[in-house]
Design a protein around this ligand. Structure first.
Ligand code: ADP
Length: 439
């Protein structure tokens, strides 16, 4: 046993007093030879005093009023001083935390975006005023309510599935003209933050932009067709010096017509969230693509088709043809004569299937890859123009893949070649009809 406590002043005083009490009791009993009785009486008195002090300590601890430490109670005073300082520290820490929490809540409440704190089971724990307005929630009625009941149908489906990507531009359940976007952020182990944003003005602007591009393209289409028609009819025989000018005019009008057609295709794609689920027979589509590639290349490249998957696709035949033939035409246009182009359709191990076009062409510098599928983005504008490009091909490819739930993957090395792949999920793959009939 260690006697460190003896170094404490409170213990020294308490033990000193106890010893003085016992010695005094002993001395009082000595003249009458009754030391045992006086010692017993002193010990009894001391026990009573200790019990009373213990009771006072208990009342002090229980008391809700803020009182200073007990005085003149020996070791108990020491203990109460220690407890008092711990409690004061706790209290000021609590006050600081409450202040911080209040500041956070007020900050979140003042956010223009709707913020909801949800449990992992999607019960509402807290939400700010904006969330209340956007989703029609009110306190205390909706505390602990299931959030799904207040979400538009599309958002209900999204929140029950994969929420890694935010959900954009959903029609509000309360107002048809309001567009909302949703983002779900899991935090701690049991909570999630749902952020709801009113994107109506942005959606309106985007719509204005789409309408503008669609209208301009549409309006340009007829005059361009007329111009193109006349240019084709013009014969330079009477004025041979005009031949190069006419050739240039014809090629420029062809380019403009192609740009307008591509813009119209993009406008139509913009208006779609999802493609239809029609059967697209891949055997026929791949054969057509190979034929088109041969026609474009005119024997300048070695073109190979690998059809290793029997699967058909479920989607839009027109859009898929347009996307795949864009990739094939790019491969032909950006591969010098003598190069090799491989068109392949393969199953992946994880149930996906991959349409890929590989070429041994000029390749794309790595810094251009992140932006390559943006509208009118080109690595070399002159090369794109020379080969009849519009700068819209890969945007169309990306959109078409998007509405089919597929993703575009690009691998490229300058001077070595490029591989553009469309990767389709199992939900877009169909066993070929002949196999289904055999079953
Ligand atoms: P473009 O009509 O100019 O070909 P795209 O959108 O189809 O427009 O392609 C965008 C740019 O990506 C092209 O200008 C070109 O620089 C690059 N690119 C596309 N495909 C290939 C490819 N197979 N090899 C090399 N560069 C390519």
């Amino acid at each position: 046993m260690r006697f460190d406590f003896l170094q404490s002043h409170a213990w020294q005083v308490s033990l000193g007093r106890f010893v003085i009490l016992l010695v005094t009791a002993f001395l009082i009993g000595l003249p009458w030879h009754a030391q045992l009785y006086t010692l017993l009486a002193a010990t009894f008195g001391y026990s009573i005093w200790s019990l009373v002090t213990l009771y006072q300590v208990q009342s002090w601890l229980r008391s809700r009023k803020r009182r200073g430490p007990l005085e003149d109670r020996g070791v108990w005073s020491d203990i109460s001083t220690y407890v008092h300082s711990r409690l004061s520290g706790e209290r000021s820490r609590k006050r600081r935390l409450v202040g911080l929490l209040r500041a956070f809540r007020e900050g979140a409440a003042a956010l223009p975006d709707g913020v909801l704190v949800l449990t992992r089971g999607r019960s509402v724990l807290w939400f700010n005023e904006a969330a209340g307005q956007l989703l029609g929630l009110s306190m205390p009625r909706d505390r602990r309510a299931h959030v799904d009941a207040h979400l538009p149908a599309e958002a209900r489906e999204w929140i029950a599935g994969d929420t890694t990507e935010p959900l954009r531009e959903v029609v509000s359940a309360l107002n048809d003209s309001t567009r909302l976007s949703f983002r779900l952020i899991p935090y701690a182990r049991e909570y999630m933050l749902l952020v709801v944003r009113d994107v109506t003005p942005l959606a309106r602007l985007e719509q204005v932009r789409r309408d503008f591009v669609a209208n301009v393209s549409h309006e340009l289409r007829t005059p361009l067709t007329v111009l193109h028609g006349y240019l084709e009819m013009l014969d330079a025989e009477s004025a041979p010096q005009l031949e190069p000018i006419l050739d240039d005019l014809r090629s420029q009008s062809r380019r403009m017509t192609q740009i307008v057609e591509d813009l119209l295709t993009l406008s139509r794609l913009d208006a779609r969230q999802q493609s239809p689920y029609d059967r697209v027979p891949m055997r026929a589509l791949l054969t057509t693509l190979k034929r088109e590639a041969d026609a474009l290349s005119q024997g300048r490249h070695h073109i190979v088709l690998h059809r290793e998957s029997e699967m058909d696709l479920s989607g839009s035949a027109d859009y898929l043809h347009s996307a795949f033939s864009n990739l094939v035409s790019n491969a032909v246009r950006y591969t010098p004569a003598g190069g090799k182009i491989e068109i392949s359709w393969r199953n992946s191990d994880n149930g996906e299937a991959r349409f890929a076009v590989h070429d041994t062409g000029v390749g794309i510098p790595a810094e251009h890859l992140p932006r390559i599928s943006e509208r009118f983005y080109r690595v070399s504008t002159s090369r794109s123009r020379e080969t009849g490009g519009t700068g819209l091909g890969l945007s169309i490819v990306k959109h078409v893949l998007q509405i089919h739930g597929a993703r575009l993957e690009i691998e490229s090395e300058v001077g070595v070649g490029s591989t553009f792949s469309g990767v389709f999920g199992a939900d877009r793959l169909l066993a070929p009809q002949s196999m289904m009939e055999a079953c």
